[in-house]
Design a protein around this ligand. Structure first.
Ligand code: NAP
Ligand code: G4F
Length: 380
């Protein structure tokens, strides 16, 4: 196996620090890699270190999971897409440059690369977190969403089945799969997807179950309800609100345009939810688990809490813009995490108000820096 090392500078990290991320990209002739003695000799010692392969490593969950696995002594390999900017690596940029972390270029749309990487890395655990994960956007780019979020999972399952069948596989399933089915939702609740994204996740979930039953893969599916953090993408409603609250507080904007304030979600903290992913793969048997807090709040409740945290009246700053409505809405998600609590010993540690405060406080730091920069730019 030929490995090229590229030390890459990334300027904005999860904690806004400037740090160095080590990128390893594999190259060379894959076919000569597959069976050659040289390749066998080249393989890393296997006995001492658990190896994980994460798709979606640059996302919110990927970054928290990477931290968790590194803290447990894992060797972590991540799939990254080619990007014209380095900002998509920002959630990993705070990790030390000597972290046991290896990043490989690839894409869930490229089955050849997935097969080669799974073969070369020989992971003990595979976490499939990559997806086109924006529900509203999935109505605008449905075919792409189905290809990445649905068929992409099939490509990865095939790679694992053919090249690393003893690896334990985690699928990032979603409470969106329940869609229109009334709450509370558990592992027994029927799916009624309400978006191309949710339909693609149902496909991926069903394939994961099928590869478990058909080929005996250790394939687990976490049906995770909404989970948030300061690293949440800025177009998801929670982060959109907390960023706006912070910028309004610092005089950088006046209001925020939202869609349906009546939708209810079961919001938890992403750091807690990656712990559940890991526990699923340590379980004695592969299974499906709902991960949720068991408490639901509306978007309106979130606004009240977030603006209230900095003593602002939310009604003075929130306006409704129909562009944020969806062709089909998911009205009410409320998870029943009893099975995960009982069988995995998993419990959420961060409550709703604590989560809101954590996100607003993090965005206040960013807004303060932005305001200071703007002041210097106007009065150099
Ligand atoms: P996220 O922040 O949107 O991250 C998505 C990740 O997927 C990013 O690393 C992205 O890479 C990568 N990706 C997108 N398209 C790809 C492709 N074609 N090939 C390879 N990688 C690709 O999502 P998240 O919130 O961390 O969620 C992680 C997973 O859990 C997703 O599958 C999501 O659908 C699912 N999920 C999330 C929640 C939640 O509330 N957060 C709940 C249930 C399920 P770039 O950085 O290059 O864009
Ligand atoms: O924050 P959201 O975009 O999250 P959504 O649609 O629930 O999806 C997220 O959670 C899923 C798990 O259930 C994941 F599978 C998925 O990948 C993603 O992480 O929207 C939450 C609610 C919706 O009902 C939406 O209509 O907020 C409502 N909303 C109201 N105004 C808005 C807005 N959502 C967004 N993104 N932006 C708004 O301005």
């Amino acid at each position: 196996m030929i490995i090229t090392r590229i030390a890459d500078k990334v300027t904005k990290g999860a904690d806004q620090a400037t740090e160095t991320v080590l990128i390893l990209s594999t190259s060379g002739n894959p076919s000569s890699d597959l069976n050659g003695e040289e390749r066998q000799a080249d393989r890393r010692p296997r006995a001492t270190m658990t190896t994980a392969f994460i798709t979606g490593i640059t996302g919110q969950d990927g970054s928290y999971l990477t931290e968790l696995l590194l803290s447990k002594g894992y060797e972590v390999h991540g799939l990254i897409r080619r990007s014209s900017s380095e900002t998509h690596l920002s959630r990993l940029a705070h990790l030390p440059s000597d972290a046991n972390l290896y990043l490989h270029h690839g894409d869930l749309g490229d089955s050849g690369v997935l097969a080669r990487l799974v073969h070369e890395i020989e992971p003990d655990e595979v976490y499939n977190l990559a997806a086109q994960s924006d529900v509203k956007l999935s109505f605008d780019i449905p075919e792409f969403t189905a290809d990445v979020t649905g068929t992409g999972t099939l490509r990865l399952l095939e790679a694992v089945r053919l090249h690393s069948p003893n690896a334990r596989f985690y699928q990032a399933s979603s409470s969106e799969m329940f869609g229109a089915t009334p709450p509370p939702q558990s592992e027994q609740t029927r799916f009624h997807p309400r978006s191309p994204y949710a339909a693609a996740k149902v496909m991926a979930h069903n394939l994961t179950v099928n590869y478990r039953e058909g080929y005996g893969l250790f394939a687990a599916s976490g049906i995770l309800f909404n989970h948030e953090s300061p690293r949440r993408g800025e177009l998801f409603v929670t982060r959109k609100i907390t960023k706006a609250v912070a910028r309004i507080k610092h005089g950088l904007q006046d209001d925020v345009a939202l869609g349906n304030l009546d939708a209810k979600r079961d919001w938890g903290f992403a750091g807690d939810y990656v712990e559940a992913m890991w526990r699923m793969l340590q379980h004695d048997a592969p299974d499906d688990f709902v991960i949720a807090t068991g408490e639901a709040k509306s978007v309106r409740d979130f606004c009240k809490a977030a603006f209230g945290h900095v003593d602002l009246d939310w009604e003075a700053h929130v306006r409704i813009d129909p562009q944020w409505f969806r062709p089909a809405e998911v009205d009410y998600l409320l998870g029943d995490p009893t099975k995960a609590k009982t069988e995995l010993g998993w419990n959420p540690t961060v409550g709703f108000l604590e989560l809101v405060a954590m996100m607003v406080d993090a965005d206040l730091v960013l807004a303060e820096a932005e305001a200071a920069f703007a002041a210097v730019a106007t009065n150099p």
